[in-house]
Design a protein around this ligand. Structure first.
Ligand SMILES: *[C@@H]1O[C@H](CO)[C@@H](O)[C@H](O)[C@H]1NC(C)=O
Ligand SMILES: *[C@@H]1O[C@H](CO)[C@@H](O)[C@H](O)[C@H]1NC(C)=O
Ligand SMILES: *[C@@H]1O[C@H](CO)[C@@H](O)[C@H](O)[C@H]1NC(C)=O
Length: 268
């Protein structure tokens, strides 16, 4: 397992061509749970029901449901998440929770989420707070906080604070509206209005801006993977695949004629 990254980087550097790889690439055309999607399932992801195991990397198996959604399994018995978007050059996924309570899933991240995935570059610390009293209206909360309605009840409201300042303001609330910290979790929550451009630097770290979102219950989470690392290969117009009939050696295949044309298309 240890020497794998080295083998892999040598292969990408030399753009080693492999006859076996070509053969497996031909068998493994991208698959889609929904023909209208712009981001078909391709290596390292694969669909066991419809493709052979040589089409994907171990641990990256996904499935389709009857609504044409792509599902990624959580560890045994914990259900699955919906893949809402994939970027192969960036090695990123955006997932949502079919039960519409992704902050709750994030609390369990370390125990139940796919081991090969980590949070994406928008990762940040969120403080989950439990505030007593009748339901809090998002409009009375300080900047940098969101209600998590799916974890709230009639006599308590769970609130996420996006940074230390917001957390402090929530903890200063007294009396019947008192808040307690449930847990501080690292996550990369994402929603459509939360654009990359809103990131800002704070000292040595990147932070989110304050985007108004009233309720964090049903947002997306950004996930990334490091191995296999095929982003560069894809940017060069190539595609990755497993080499040969066994093992997990990965190679990048770049068609000689089309690579420059494909790259131009991406950067236009
Ligand atoms: C994928 O496999 C499932 C189960 O074998 C089958 O019902 C479905 O039609 C297949 N989809 C495609 C597009 O081949
Ligand atoms: C929040 O506190 C209430 C009691 O005030 C409790 O019933 C509830 O389980 C707590 N929720 C969480 C997520 O800790
Ligand atoms: C909420 O508080 C009210 C008043 O104290 C009480 O009657 C009610 O049973 C509580 N509801 C829940 C779900 O705990």
């Amino acid at each position: 397992m240890n020497k794998f990254p080295l083998i892999f980087s040598l292969l990408t550097l030399n753009l080693l061509f492999s006859q076996h790889l070509l053969a497996s690439n031909e068998l493994c055309s991208p698959f889609s749970c929904n023909q209208h999607r712009y981001d078909p399932i391709q290596f390292p992801f694969w669909v066991p029901k419809n493709q052979t195991s040589r089409c994907g990397y171990p641990g990256f198996d996904v499935s389709c449901n009857s609504y044409g959604q792509t599902l990624i399994p959580l560890n045994s018995g914990h259900g699955h998440l919906i893949i809402e978007g994939m970027s192969y050059p960036d090695q990123l996924l955006w997932v949502s929770d079919p039960k519409k309570c992704i902050p709750k899933r994030v609390l369990d991240f370390t125990h139940t989420w796919p081991a090969l995935l980590r949070f994406g570059p928008l990762e940040s610390t969120y403080t989950y707070l439990n505030c007593s009293g009748t339901k809090l209206d998002p409009s009375v909360l300080p900047m940098g906080t969101s209600v998590i309605s799916c974890m709230s009840g009639s006599n308590h409201t769970v609130v996420a604070a996006f940074d230390h300042e917001a957390e402090t303001k929530m903890l200063e609330r007294g009396g019947e509206r008192k808040c307690e910290v449930i847990e501080r979790v690292n996550a990369a929550f994402w929603w459509p209005e939360m654009r990359y451009g809103y990131e800002y630097r704070h000292g040595d770290e990147y932070r989110h801006g304050y985007y108004p979102i009233d309720d964090l219950s049903n947002v997306f989470v950004q996930l990334g993977w490091d191995i296999p690392s095929c982003g560069d290969c894809i940017l060069r117009g190539g595609s990755c695949g497993l080499v040969g009939d066994s093992g997990i050696e990965v190679a990048c295949y770049i068609p000689a004629s089309s690579s420059s044309e494909r790259m131009e298309r991406r950067w236009k």
